[in-house]
Design a protein around this ligand. Structure first.
Ligand code: NI
Length: 169
């Protein structure tokens, strides 16, 4: 098990659009184990492969209180979104210390492969639905702060760059 380093905003590599995983093989299974280890270590609820500089469509999550329900989505596709949306306070391991509101669908249905390469359908609501939308944005090269106003985003960018000069991310 390896701890992977997480890219920090405004690293341009976070804007890379991920390619589909071509095969759920030993390499991908090792990556999943390492990403889960990295996510739990950083006390996050989700991590996209993009954030560890691997540009393939893979997400790991765990929104359980006990931190014992890992969920792996490979090549996720949104099949359905609810008509209702709500403003959700979000944070991101790639933007440490920053929390702000993003409008998200209340519920989503996604199809994905699991870590055994088996196709499955996930009907998600509440925190899991928000987490899936946030992580799928990462796979499209989008970080949540890009939903905020340019003024706010620039302020965050400056703050992050200053923090990274003091302590490399
Ligand atoms: Ni994130």
């Amino acid at each position: 098990m390896a701890l992977l380093s997480i890219l920090c905003f405004p690293d341009p590599r976070l804007h890379t659009v991920a390619k589909p995983v071509s095969a759920v093989d030993a390499r991908i299974r090792t990556l999943i184990v390492d990403m889960l280890h990295t996510m739990y270590d950083a006390k996050g609820i989700g991590l996209a492969a993009t954030q560890v500089d691997v540009h393939e469509r893979l997400i790991v999550m765990d929104v359980s209180e006990e931190r014992d329900q890992p969920l792996v989505l490979i090549n996720p596709q949104i099949l359905w979104t609810s008509a209702e949306t709500h403003l959700n306070e979000e944070g991101c391991l790639s933007v440490p210390g920053i929390y702000d509101g993003v409008q998200r669908f209340d519920a989503v249905t996604v199809s994905a492969l699991d870590d055994a390469g088996k196709s499955r359908i996930i009907e998600a609501e509440d925190l899991l639905a928000v987490c899936i939308q946030h992580e799928m944005d990462h796979l499209m090269g989008k970080v949540f702060v890009e939903y905020l106003s340019p003024l706010k985003r620039n302020r965050i960018k400056k703050k992050m760059l200053k923090a990274q000069r003091e302590e490399p991310c």
